[in-house]
Design a binder for this molecule. Sequence first.
Ligand code: ZN
Ligand code: ZN
Length: 86
Amino acid sequence: MVDYCPICGKPVYFAERKRSLGRDYHPLCLKCQKCSRQLTAGQHAEHDEKPYCSHCYLMRFGARRRCTLSLSLSVAHTHTHTHTQS
Ligand SMILES: [Zn+2]
Ligand SMILES: [Zn+2]
């Protein structure tokens, strides 16, 4: 079975794949989509199915209200749930 790299769209063969957060990447494709820093499998942030280093992730997405990561999964999220303000 061949999986496809979510970054370049080409097949990722078993011998070369880097598995991280449930997806298979080419070793060279597993890098931050902003600063191109190489990422360690399982130790990076992810947004919109693309990998980011934690630094860029915080810079780009972390300044918002501290919702949990799962919120970013639904773009059409209507924010009807209540947040606990402290
Ligand atoms: Zn790739
Ligand atoms: Zn980065």
